[in-house]
Design a protein around this ligand. Structure first.
Ligand code: XLS
Ligand code: NI
Ligand code: NI
Length: 448
């Protein structure tokens, strides 16, 4: 493994070394205060629990442009007039960043890594050339691929959808892209493959057959699953729900919608869910609600860790800094047995106004500290049975007697009536929400 502070022949983040754990008293902005990769929590290291990933797109492709103006950052790795040279430089910058920061995983879209060519064949050639370099960089640095995916939403050909496009020729192009992205993911040892259906939805019902589009989406995902398995992909396929943006309505609206869809089409199991915090809030739910419903269904795969803005309703993809949300999220993850193939991918971007080279580090450092604290809080709550004991107590009337018979399907409606008649008016039992909220805060304030 390389000991050089950077990869290739150029340093893209000069002046920044390997980010170290310095503890809660440190005043160094470029150090971890909570995330101590090798610290053991409940039998595993923090690194093993959290499985952090850096994303390629926001981190190395996003230049801060928004609908009102061009990018506010220019990158050293984009200084060539040859797109493939820039792609190689970008990859070296990315691996320099990953290794300095210390996220063991990364994630990418096909088009983040390699420029699209003039034909399907040329695009494939570009991607596979970059995959060769990524393979080499992974071997040199020990970095691993959490997931790959295809960007089937940016190119204007996908304006009416990818697998749900009303024009079959476009669906075929999406298929070509997913096939190549699956090949790339397998070649790089990716542990998951993600589908985020950016434009898989509709803008107007006047021109849309939702029935046909949903059938096509299921057909397409089945083909992708079968192809992936045929080339030896052993990992998890993940659907990332989002209710809207860019389309008015997206078919993968939220966790419950996706779980129903996967079960209906026989895809549950091969497919699990990748829950993004900001998408959860866009759908009118909380982060932990989405995680909990996946956990209940046995389909909690992975997380895109970020946050929205409380005052507006779009996907701001900010770095997660909310300790409460992180603790609640990690509680669900730990209770579900922890990540298997999934992890915490920072699908987050620095603000347009954040123009220093170090800002990308600072965003990730804060996010990694946030979830490290969340992990410890959640673990302490679980170890003390602080929430699980009152929860079990709350449902204990179903653990024996007629309540158990009901839960086991042994009672009919007439029997329920007879039970009510003989038991009389039920006693009032407090939900104790305030007490439980105070208790969670007590754990949040603990030092570990
Ligand atoms: C966009 C999505 C996207 C996916 C990958 O809102 O979060 O970044 O994670 O296509
Ligand atoms: Ni995402
Ligand atoms: Ni998002």
């Amino acid at each position: 493994m390389s000991t050089s502070p950077y990869i290739g022949d150029r340093e893209y983040f000069p002046g920044i070394g390997k980010i170290a754990y310095e503890g809660p008293e440190s005043d160094n902005p470029l150090a971890f205060k909570r995330y101590d990769a090798n610290k053991r929590v409940a039998g595993k290291t923090m690194a093993e629990h959290l499985r952090y990933a850096t994303c390629y797109w926001h981190s190395f492709c996003g230049d801060g442009s928004d609908p009102f103006g061009p990018g506010s950052r220019s990158y050293l790795w984009n200084d060539s007039s040859d797109p493939m040279t820039n792609a190689r430089q970008k990859m070296d910058a990315a691996f320099e960043f990953f290794t300095k920061l210390g996220t063991p995983y990364y994630c990418f879209h096909d088009r983040d890594m390699a420029p699209e060519g003039d034909s399907v064949a040329q695009s494939e050639e570009n991607l596979f050339a970059m995959v060769e370099l990524a393979k080499q960089r992974q071997a040199e640095t020990g970095m691993k691929l959490l997931w790959g995916t295809a960007n089937a939403f940016s190119n204007p050909r996908y304006m009416n959808g990818a697998s749900t496009n009303p024009n079959f020729d476009v669906v075929a192009h999406a298929g070509a892209q997913v096939k190549a992205a699956l090949d790339a993911t397998v070649a790089l040892g990716g542990e998951n493959y993600v589908f985020w259906g950016g434009r898989e939805g509709y803008i107007s019902l006047l021109n849309t057959s939702t029935k046909r589009e949903l059938e096509h989406m299921a057909r397409f995902l089945t083909m992708a699953r079968d192809y992936g398995r045929s080339i030896g992909f052993k990992g998890t396929f993940l659907i990332e729900p989002k209710p809207m943006e860019p389309t008015k309505h997206q078919y993968d609206f939220d966790a419950q919608t996706v779980i129903g869809f996967l079960r209906h089409h026989g895809l549950a199991g091969d497919f699990q869910l990748n829950i993004e915090a900001n998408h959860a809030t866009l759908s009118g739910h909380t982060f932990e609600h989405e995680l909990q419903l996946c956990a209940d269904a046995g389909l909690l795969g992975s997380i895109d860790a970020n946050r929205g803005d409380a005052q507006n309703g779009w996907d701001t993809d900010q770095f997660p800094v909310d300790l409460y949300d992180a603790a609640r999220g990690m509680l669900v993850v730990l209770e579900a047995g922890g990540f298997k193939t999934g992890g915490l991918n920072f699908d987050a971007k620095v603000r347009r106004e954040s123009t220093d080279n170090e800002d990308l580090f600072l965003g990730h450092i804060g996010a990694m500290d946030t979830f490290a604290h969340g992990l410890e809080v959640a673990n302490a709550i679980i170890e003390d049975e602080a929430l699980s004991a009152p929860l079990a107590q709350r449902y204990s009337s179903f653990d024996s007697g007629a309540g158990k018979d009901f839960a086991d399907g042994k009672l009919d409606l007439a029997a329920l009536r007879d039970h009510a008649a003989s038991a009389g008016e039920p006693e009032k039992i407090s939900g104790k929400q305030e007490q439980l909220e105070n208790l969670v805060n007590q754990y949040l304030l603990k030092s570990f």
